[in-house]
Design a protein around this ligand. Structure first.
Ligand code: FES
Length: 74
């Protein structure tokens, strides 16, 4: 996949379905220093929808871990 389509997919993919928060917004929160699920929720105004973070929590945790690994490999 090209860089542009990755970016587009990040914008189109919703991580927090209750609040309609995209993967792009979640990634931005992580890049801004949010290194736990709770911090990402706070920074991106997600995790406080109907399911109280049950559906997005594990996806966010996965994303934090993936991004940490990518950073270590740089
Ligand atoms: S999916 Fe994020 S609060 Fe429900």
């Amino acid at each position: 996949m090209t860089e542009i389509s990755n970016e587009l997919m990040d914008k189109l993919t919703k991580i927090c379905l209750c609040k309609g928060i995209s993967r792009a917004t979640i990634k931005k929160a992580i890049l801004n220093g949010a290194d736990t699920v709770e911090k990402v929720w706070k920074e991106s105004n997600s995790g406080n929808g109907g399911c109280k973070g049950k559906r997005c929590g594990s996806k966010i945790e996965e994303l934090i871990n993936t991004m940490k690994k990518q950073e270590e490999n740089m």
